[in-house]
Design a binder for this molecule. Sequence first.
Ligand code: HEC
Length: 260
Amino acid sequence: MRSDLRLVDLPGGARLAVAGFAVLFLAFSVVAQAQLWVHAGGGKLPTPQRVLERYHGRADSSHLHEALDPALPEDDPHAMYPFLGDDDATRRERRDVVLAWVESGAAESGFEPVRQILTDPLLCAQCHEDGGSAPFALATYEDVLPHARRGEGMPWPQLLTSAHNHLFAFAVAALALSLAMAFSRAPRALRHLAIGAAFVAPLLDVGGWLLTRWQGGPWHWLVMAGGALFGVATTFMAAWVVLDVLRGPGRTQPGPAADA
Ligand code: HEC
């Protein structure tokens, strides 16, 4: 292939197709930002904390957190907070003991103070004991553990489906934009930088999802860095390609382009 072939040398229909793709991609980028803002960020750009919770879940959303939420009305059948004691100060104190243990990872070594509350016959064990009126006992560490599990992040099946779909879309977008960019009149270093970034970024981004889901932080920073890099690299290439085609063939004879 001629090494000085440029986008502007393509037949009109091909130039139109390339520019059309790049324009649609720019529209996609704008909508992707809006989607990130509205859907993932809840009205603002997603914070690192939000990214972490999305993939890894929250430490403060176990069943015990839900059941011991003081905001639940006392007559709600799921409200267990009122059973923590007679006055609010005592209830809060005991709630703090239980939930601090859950949030610190619910290790067996720290279970004793929690066990004392849960197995007190005047408190939870009125009902949460074998043969009690509650559907399960809260007597042993093993009994309690399922209710102390942190809120799950994105379920693995959903995460893998999303990773699979996104990687394919990333690959197609990166290839199409990179090919167009490769034949644009951008300086060689800039072309290679943008093209390399467009292919590396999805690996960082999606790899970050899986690592964050599995291990939690600090991998969520990889998600943010990979996502941002892909956005910048592809948006830049799309914009460059559109401008390159629009600039027309007027200055298309800069001499032999020996740098390709
Ligand atoms: C008067 C009986 C009674 C007492 C006392 C009681 N519970 Fe319960 N608890 C229940 C019943 C019944 C359910 C099942 C509610 C349902 O799912 O409909 C339940 C459910 C739960 C759940 C699961 C909530 C969910 O996600 O559905 C947790 C966790 C829990 N209790 C913790 C506690 C703790 C901690 C205490 C002590 C502070 C306590 N309970 C005291 C009767 C009781």
